[in-house]
Design a protein around this ligand. Structure first.
Ligand code: HEC
Ligand code: HEC
Ligand code: HEC
Ligand code: HEC
Length: 213
């Protein structure tokens, strides 16, 4: 009997902390979940905040150039009252991962920013062509995905467009031409000899296609 008591006692002692531990798992789980949610919440908040045009303006406000060019464009104000912010055309929306990785890449721009790479109109003009080309390459690579988050050929009412435009778009859709092939300099001033620079890019991508088979 005594042995049995001992057994159950030691058994209970043995079990008690174990069941406490077991209780600890869901508690710990909830804590981790709560903490995770808070972290994710602040991260989403940060991501959201850093996707706003005002954030881009921290470095790109440049009263003399980017801002007036953007604010004069049809993507800042138009008959429909739909505004495209910087992030709509320059940051991915398809998934969280590409948004986060692009943000990290953008945050490296703090270095050239601190070095004053584009802090005057003259310096900006010096670099405009290479920066525009970087953006064009990106749009060629992703088939103007950022434009397509708002515009789509199959949502276009070709009847409502004038004939030349509609034919251009129907052919572009068939031939797989991308928005940026025909529409550039719509928000920002075109770099000098834009069409020549654009041909360079088209050639690069044509070569790439040929090499890739
Ligand atoms: C920390 C300052 C800073 C912030 C914030 C910033 N940028 Fe930039 N950005 C720069 C600098 C500096 C360059 C020039 C970098 C270079 O060419 O090496 C640049 C270049 C660019 C380019 C040219 C293409 C390229 O890859 O070089 C684009 C497009 C751009 N930024 C868009 C944005 C957008 C959109 C935002 C807001 C989401 C933003 N930037 C926020 C400093 C910044
Ligand atoms: C946030 C949504 C949005 C994004 C992203 C967007 N657009 Fe637009 N776009 C609009 C709206 C809204 C209008 C104006 C419609 C109207 O006329 O009322 C417009 C107008 C246009 C026009 C006709 C007016 C003009 O300025 O010639 C062209 C061309 C155009 N967009 C091309 C593009 C291209 C190319 C891209 C990608 C670089 C792009 N859009 C990205 C919403 C967007
Ligand atoms: C083959 C050249 C070509 C391609 C590729 C092209 N467009 Fe156009 N688009 C035109 C032409 C030409 C017009 C007539 C106005 C102009 O010259 O800008 C036009 C006009 C427009 C307009 C104004 C329509 C209107 O009736 O007001 C929008 C919006 C537009 N394009 C969006 C796009 C988008 C988004 C893409 C990519 C999905 C695209 N286009 C691809 C040639 C093209
Ligand atoms: C409707 C789409 C659209 C919007 C909105 C837009 N951009 Fe751009 N951005 C482009 C395209 C397309 C290019 C490539 C050059 C060109 O075609 O003008 C570009 C080029 C750039 C460049 C490279 C230098 C240059 O002048 O070409 C910078 C920097 C830049 N954008 C920053 C911004 C910032 C900051 C905002 C918000 C104030 C913004 N963009 C809003 C489409 C857009």
């Amino acid at each position: 009997m005594a042995d049995d008591d001992n057994d159950t006692l030691s058994g209970r002692l043995w079990q008690r902390p174990k069941s406490k531990w077991l209780l600890g798992i869901p508690i710990g789980g909830f804590l981790a979940l709560g903490l995770g949610a808070i972290l994710l919440g602040t991260m989403n908040y940060t991501l959201h905040k850093t996707s706003e045009t005002e954030f881009c303006y921290v470095c790109h406000s440049h009263e003399q150039f980017i801002k007036p060019e953007y604010e004069a464009s049809s993507h800042f104000s138009n008959a429909s009252g739909v505004r495209a912010g910087c992030a709509d055309c320059h940051l991915p929306h398809d998934n969280w991962f590409s948004l986060v990785s692009t943000k990290i890449i953008v945050s490296f721009d703090i270095i050239p920013e601190l070095m004053g790479k584009i802090d005057t109109a003259e310096k900006y003009e010096e670099h405009r062509a290479e920066m525009a080309q970087a953006v064009w390459r990106e749009f060629k690579e992703n088939d103007s995905a950022f434009c397509r988050s708002c515009h789509a050929f199959d949502a276009m009412d070709f009847e409502a467009q004038d004939r030349r435009t509609a034919r251009g778009h129907q052919r572009a859709a068939e031939k797989g031409e991308t928005c940026i092939d025909c529409h550039y300099g719509i928000v920002h001033k075109e770099p000098e000899n834009a069409s020549e620079l654009m041909r360079e890019i088209a050639a690069e991508f044509a070569d790439g296609d040929a090499a890739g088979g």
